[in-house]
Design a protein around this ligand. Structure first.
Ligand SMILES: Cc1cc2nc3c(=O)[nH]c(=O)nc-3n(C[C@H](O)[C@H](O)[C@H](O)COP(=O)(O)OP(=O)(O)OC[C@H]3O[C@@H](n4cnc5c(N)ncnc54)[C@H](O)[C@@H]3O)c2cc1C
Length: 484
């Protein structure tokens, strides 16, 4: 049963324990700041209801209609459609990803593949299938809490002075397991129905108590969400054309001895599954990431072109050079994103975007993001931080002065609108948020490089170079004799 945006928002009033700026939040949807993020999330339900997007956003199996996010991708075409849906919903979100079904389905697809690998895990697979069926039939919104707070990065979970720095099992009974610990940066957690909790790293023998995955209702007793206020206070649409109406909120997600019924436990005490799930999830999730980055990149290119015209600099050689760089950057990420879908491989009936290409796309995006910001700021000029505020612009006395003196090749009003968009994208809190999102979310830049290196199969390149150079070395890299 597909839900409407209103049904989604009213469903959030369920006693969940959310804290914002030091206070317990009575109503997430009705809250002055969190309500903006909840309404942004509701875009997802609006798409399924909108005749323009319904055929993209909704699918049907066995007579049941459900969100396309919960369709298991079977081939490259399914991945392309999924990527398109993520892109379109982010366009509706004004460059900000919606992320209330994208990330949860990434987790489900990854676990479906992992649990298909061993016959003895058939019961766990069946449990996951039942969970997916409920996601479809109840049209659930989902967050994923993978990143543990982690303590010292020099040690894994068993090397920490406090064992709770990675989420872990503290007891088991016939009812289920009791979990303790905290996850960081959990996007959308205050305004979703359920959170899927995944291991955040490879686990080894001895790490059993931290090797678990489960789902939990956001209003479960003893689950506490401490929400970030980073994007709050950006209510003026003149200077904040995006973040006045579009927000995403992350939480410190604390499990203060939360009972997880067995039906909601995907696995526990399994370092093997934990390792494979941690790695498998990010492969789907980085594909989601590069799909949702595309509208942001289009906005940056479009704003760069517009500001050059507004300033009257679009004929200059160095300006054309910067714009060409921006176009090349955006289209590289777009092309790699599509290629990742085309090169997909199928395991356990689930198509996964190509690991090397996905990580390359995400790495190119993250590596060059600050270069794109630099070029946009260079093209725009100092008005990005010295321009008028909304109250100036609306003041009858002030506005004519601003219109006269801030005009260039374009009238002042339009030029300032472009400046405010670029300022929002690159200098204000939304720009800062996007910059950190680019570097860290879905894994740090180093994590993408590690995954790319692991996925690269060097034989072809080595053999070819060897043929050209004529040295002797076997595929393992051992030198077997002298070259010619
Ligand atoms: C806006 C935003 C939204 C996010 N949403 C989610 C979400 O919904 N769910 C979720 O689970 N996570 C989410 N994340 C978390 C994201 O995946 C992490 O930020 C990322 O994995 C980096 O982890 P960290 O922030 O703990 O930084 P760290 O892991 O501390 O990394 C900081 C730096 O240290 C380096 N480093 C870390 N460990 C080591 C080591 N052992 N040796 C050498 N170098 C190391 C890293 O490469 C990086 O350069 C989100 C992050 C952001 C910024």
């Amino acid at each position: 049963m597909l839900r409407t945006a209103e049904e989604f928002l009213s469903g959030l009033a369920d006693g969940r324990e959310v804290y914002f700026q030091g206070e317990r939040v009575e109503s997430v949807a009705g809250h002055a700041e969190l309500g903006i993020a909840a309404r942004h999330a509701a875009i997802d339900f609006g798409l399924a209801d909108d005749p323009r997007y319904r055929t993209l956003a909704v699918t049907e199996e066995d007579g049941e209609q459900f969100s396309y996010y919960f369709h298991i991708p079977r081939d490259s075409d399914d991945l392309k459609r999924r990527s398109r849906l993520i892109e379109v919903s982010t366009v509706e979100g004004a460059t900000l990803v919606v992320l209330i079904k994208e990330i949860g389905s990434d987790a489900i697809f990854a676990m479906t593949r992992v649990l298909s690998r061993r016959a003895e895990d058939a019961d766990l697979s069946a449990r996951l299938t039942r969970f997916l069926a409920r996601c479809r039939s109840e049209d659930w919104s989902l967050a994923v809490a993978q990143t543990d707070v982690k303590g010292s990065r020099a040690s894994g979970p068993s090397g920490q002075t406090d064992p709770d720095l990675y989420v872990r099992v503290v007891s088991r009974s016939s009812d289920g397991i009791v979990v303790r610990g905290a996850k960081a940066h959990t996007s959308c957690a205050p305004y979703v129905d359920r959170i899927i909790v995944l291991p955040g790293r490879s686990m080894s023998e001895g790490d059993e108590e931290w090797s678990l995955a489960f789902s939990v209702s956001v209003n479960a007793p003893n689950l506490k969400l401490y929400a970030s206020d980073f994007l709050s206070g950006t209510g003026d649409e003149f200077t904040h054309p995006i973040s006045a109406r579009h927000r995403m909120v992350e939480t410190l997600t604390v499990f203060d001895d939360v009972l997880i019924p067995w039906a909601d436990v995907f696995f526990v005490d399994r370092p093997d599954l934990a390792t494979e799930t941690a790695l498998g999830f990010v492969e789907f999730h980085r594909f989601t990431a590069v799909s949702y980055k595309l509208p942001l990149l289009d906005a940056m290119v479009g704003a760069g072109l517009a500001v050059a015209r507004a300033n009257g600099t679009d004929g200059a050689g160095h300006v054309r050079d910067k714009l060409t760089w921006l176009v090349g950057y955006a289209e590289s990420v777009r092309g790699l994103c599509h290629l990742a879908a085309l090169r997909s491989d199928v395991e356990g009936g689930v198509a996964c975007p190509d690991v090397l290409t996905t990580n390359l796309a995400k790495w190119v995006f993250a590596r060059d993001f600050h270069g794109a910001v630099e070029r946009l700021q260079d093209l725009a000029g100092g008005l990005l931080v010295t321009g008028p505020g909304g109250r100036d612009w609306r003041a009858q006395e002030v506005r004519p002065v601003l219109e006269k003196y801030l005009a260039a090749a374009w009238p002042g009003q339009d030029r300032i609108a472009v400046m405010n968009l670029i300022s929002e994208l690159t200098t204000r809190s939304y720009g800062g948020y996007q910059a950190v999102l680019a570097m860290q979310a879905e894994g740090s830049v180093e994590a993408e490089k590690i995954a790319l290196w692991r996925a690269y199969e060097p034989t072809r390149a080595l053999r070819y170079a060897q043929t050209l150079g004529g040295w002797q070395e076997d595929a393992g890299g051992h030198h077997a004799g002298l070259g010619r």
